[in-house]
Design a protein around this ligand. Structure first.
Ligand SMILES: [Zn+2]
Length: 99
């Protein structure tokens, strides 16, 4: 995924939830977004957009002004907008495992 000058690798993980108690993680140094492998695609879509909002805030210098609650609200709203108005749904079958 490209965002500005950055290229992020998106992977699924079987260990993220177990090891870090997280279902998604954006790493700005490694330039990765990891998503828990056990979630259904509808949850993965919201989780991916949540992490994407974090990356956008980081890349475009919004800092930490977006709380987790605000980031969750934006992710749920954006996914609903994509699905209900643009017909965009998420398919993560080709996203590789990055463990
Ligand atoms: Zn978050």
């Amino acid at each position: 995924m490209k965002l500005g000058p950055h290229t992020y690798k998106i992977t699924r993980s079987k260990t993220l939830r177990r090891d870090r108690s997280e279902v998604g993680r954006a790493d700005y140094v490694d330039q990765t977004i990891k998503l828990d492998d056990s979630m259904p695609d509808t949850e993965l879509g919201v989780c991916f957009i949540h992490e994407l909002v974090h990356v956008i805030a980081h890349v475009y210098h919004a800092g930490d002004q977006y709380s987790e609650d605000v980031t969750d609200s934006m992710a749920n709203g954006l996914v609903a907008y994509f699905q209900d108005n643009l017909g965009i749904t998420f398919d993560f079958r080709d996203i590789p495992n990055g463990d």
